[in-house]
Design a binder for this molecule. Structure first.
Ligand code: GYE
Length: 381
């Protein structure tokens, strides 16, 4: 493919200032969280950094003699350990050494910013665009614009559900994660002799495919088993959000719940802090069963410690496969439209050894629940 030299103009500067805006909100970090915060990854720049970043992008562009593949990556934000791992994975895979010139925009969970970042990439005529879509709808117009500009779009992680004008997607099936969580809870409650399940859900960012999929999958079991879902409120996939929602749940539903489902680990860290403060006992030895998703390193540590009962992994290390896809496209090869990452399921103990359910593709599956060990935690992302 003929390389387009990166045009550093207004568009790039806008992208930089948008990234700078992203630094205004506080990145969630936790004592329990072992992964780097957004600042550590360099994914968020401060206002004072914007000038020097502009300069360094100019210099970088100057060193691209046309041999590097230019790629724009529009990332959701920096809300969780999962996100940090995703950003790092893409940045490492799309390094200069690997033949890429990557422009990164942290959209700070703002859909307007995200659409604008993609338009800026189109204006700059990058060779390829990677999008991790904050929400699953509202994409058709801008994807048409990318198509008209002859720029292939690769979607990672979350799905785009109102347009098929992208070349490839790589990620996980989050409905299966929700289904597996429901299947585990059903068997766990049975094994423990718990007949009444009173459930509080702290959901992820509303309208994101990760929230929609996990809710749909889990709700299938709520319905079929006749469980009592007391409430569902969003914690926006952040620790602060999880803590705030749980603080209010602890007041409104004091003594009335025995399950908390957090749609990611960072929310679980916040929810656990809130339960601790409210004197609610939780986890393997407590009154409240805690279910989480992501299974990042800090989350797995909490499973090992018995604070989280079960954690359904979502693999964020999509950078290498994504780079492979871009290289293949660049060599004029066909690529798979969809690539699914493997996702293991983890638990504190072997009360439930495996889960059986009908997955999102309509297939009956039986999958192991892996009991977390220190080695598994150490190998985590
Ligand atoms: O679960 C959460 C992150 O889109 C699957 O986004 C991803 C989700 C992940 O903020 O931690």
């Amino acid at each position: 493919m003929k390389r387009k030299l990166l045009a550093i103009g207004l568009g790039a500067l806008m992208a930089i200032s948008m990234a700078a805006c992203g630094s205004g909100s506080s990145a969630t970090s936790t004592a329990a969280s072992s992964a780097a915060t957004a600042d550590d990854t360099g994914s968020v720049v401060t206002d004072t950094d914007a000038q020097s970043l502009a300069q360094s992008i100019k210099e970088d562009a100057g060193t691209n003699d046309g041999s590097l593949i230019t790629v724009g990556f529009s990332q959701v934000g920096h809300e969780s350990d999962w996100r940090t791992a995703s950003t790092n994975s893409v940045k490492e895979a799309f390094s200069k050494d690997n033949g890429f010139d990557l422009q990164f925009v942290d959209c700070d969970n703002n859909s307007e910013t995200q659409l604008q970042s993609v338009r800026n990439f189109i204006q700059q005529q990058v060779d390829y665009i990677i999008i991790d879509p904050i929400v699953s709808t509202g994409w058709d117009t801008v994807l048409t614009e990318a198509q008209d500009a002859d720029i292939p779009v690769i979607v990672i992680d979350r799905t785009i559900d109102d347009s098929d004008k992208y070349t490839a997607w790589i990620g996980t099936d989050t409905k299966n994660e929700g289904l597996a969580a429901g299947a585990w809870l059903k068997d766990y409650a049975k094994a423990k002799g718990i007949s009444d399940l009173n459930i509080l859900v702290i959901s992820g960012t509303t309208g994101s495919s990760a929230q929609i999929g996990r809710t749909e999958g889990f709700d299938q079991y709520v319905k079929s088993e006749g469980w009592n879902k007391l409430d569902e409120q969003t914690g926006d996939f952040t620790q602060d959000g999880g803590q705030q929602v749980m603080e209010s749940y602890c007041k409104s539903y004091a003594g009335k719940f025995n399950v908390v489902v957090c749609q990611n680990d960072n929310e679980a860290f916040g929810a656990i802090d809130a339960m601790k403060a409210a004197g609610v006992s939780y986890g393997a030895d407590g009154d409240v069963i805690v279910i989480s998703f992501d299974a990042c390193k800090a989350g797995l540590q909490m499973v090992l410690d018995g604070d989280i009962n079960a954690d359904f992994q979502c693999n964020p290390l999509q950078g290498p496969d994504c780079a492979k896809i871009v290289k293949a496209l660049d060599a004029g090869q066909d690529v798979e439209k969809e690539t699914f990452m493997a996702e293991p399921w983890y638990a504190h103990d072997d009360t439930v050894k495996s889960v059986s359910y009908t997955n999102n593709a309509g297939k009956d599956v039986t999958e192991d629940m892996i009991v977390v060990t220190q080695d598994i935690v150490d190998a985590g992302y």
